[in-house]
Design a protein around this ligand. Structure first.
Ligand SMILES: O=C(O)COP(=O)(O)O
Ligand SMILES: [Mg+2]
Length: 275
């Protein structure tokens, strides 16, 4: 157990559940305190899982489509690492960033619309070509299932490519449903997709745990009133993972499964000295 927990890093205390439902943390955070807690006396019942950068390493295929789009527009290609820093808030934001060359850039509407059509065509072809699940994802999802946790995938990637790439790896069967970035008017970091998922699962909001890789997942979870755990290997829009407020950072799904198993799904108990 010690080994599996070693990678869990204690994060800034979550003093009060934003929705007021989970109440105060039940133990001090010094040493091996509780880091995130399900609603008092109740275990976590569901995990809402992000896709890009959490389940699957998808940037090689996204970058291929971005560069095919740029070639059609007569523009120079950009490096995969730059594309990785632009992924997180869905395709429209990605293309504004690519066309404008910065995180806050906005492209002119006609150009953006043309780029979107070209990107969608190119991504339909490249999606799944080089994408791979991260180590421990498949075994971790199986462990979550064995723990009796309900699972839904909540992504900012549009529904069609999300469904296609998850099905390619048999991961669609692991989730009760997948909510794509175009399924609702709102996307992460807004809380609505998470609240929608909790409602659809029939699980109380504070009994849901968001598992993601970026500040978009963390902010959505906080706004919804959920605990949030981030993987340390995903796409953070160029931000150091340590700067993103969350309950814990984990090296793999298996580490989270072990922490939840050890606590009867009631909390993430952080190993002493694991910070
Ligand atoms: O498509 C994106 O920009 C990010 O997708 P994600 O929410 O699955 O990380
Ligand atoms: Mg992600």
């Amino acid at each position: 157990m010690q080994g599996a927990l070693r990678g869990l890093r204690q994060r800034r205390p979550r003093r009060r559940d934003p929705a007021g439902a989970a109440g105060e943390l039940r133990a001090p955070l010094r040493g091996g305190g509780l880091n995130a807690a399900a609603p008092a006396g109740a275990p976590f019942a569901a995990i809402l899982c992000d896709l890009d950068g959490t389940l699957l390493d998808t940037v090689p295929d996204i970058a291929e489509a971005v560069n095919a789009m740029l070639a059609e527009l007569g523009r120079a290609p950009i490096a995969e690492g730059v594309v990785a820093g632009y992924v997180g808030q869905g395709v429209d934001v990605l293309l504004h960033r690519v066309l404008g060359g910065g995180h806050d850039a906005r492209a002119e509407a006609a150009l953006h619309g043309r780029a979107r059509r070209l990107f969608d065509l190119a991504y339909a072809a490249s999606n799944g070509r080089r994408a791979r699940p991260y180590p421990g994802v498949v075994a971790g999802l199986e462990a979550f299932r064995e723990l009796g946790l309900r699972l839904a995938c909540i992504t900012n990637k549009p529904q069609a490519p999300s469904d296609a790439v998850l099905a390619q790896f048999g991961l669609d069967r692991r989730f009760e449903f997948t909510l794509g970035g175009d399924a609702l008017p709102q996307r992460k970091p807004q809380p609505e997709p998470l609240l929608h998922a909790a409602h659809r699962l029939g699980v109380p909001v504070p009994a849901c745990l968001m598992l993601g890789d970026s500040a978009n997942d963390a902010r959505a979870a906080r706004a919804a009133g959920m605990a949030v755990v981030l993987v340390d290997y995903g796409y953070t829009e160029g931000r150091p993972i340590g700067e993103i407020e969350c309950d814990a950072v984990i090296p793999s799904f298996l580490a989270l499964a072990e922490a939840l198993r050890a606590s009867g799904r009631r909390s993430l108990r952080i190993a002493a000295g694991a910070a």
